[in-house]
Design a protein around this ligand. Sequence first.
Ligand SMILES: [Zn+2]
Length: 92
Amino acid sequence: MRAIVFLLFVVLIFLIARFVLNRVIEIREKQRQQELQKNKAQQAKENNHPEEMVRCAQCGVHLPQAEAYFDGKDTFCSEGHMQQYHAEHAKK
Ligand SMILES: [Zn+2]
């Protein structure tokens, strides 16, 4: 009789351990998916707001606004093109 009680006890502990393990795995999986969704949301955000591109008024090349030269009216890829553009338009 004692052996049966002990066996039941062992089975009970085994079931509890399995339940806890399943819960832990479930929680970890949830956290992992939340992390993945966060990363996806972050990427979508970045894709929706790419770096502003501007066009050089002199040669027409496109470049990020942060690297462009701006004279208050037009943007240029380099200081040289800005001066060239102004020189050409001053003549006319
Ligand atoms: Zn240019």
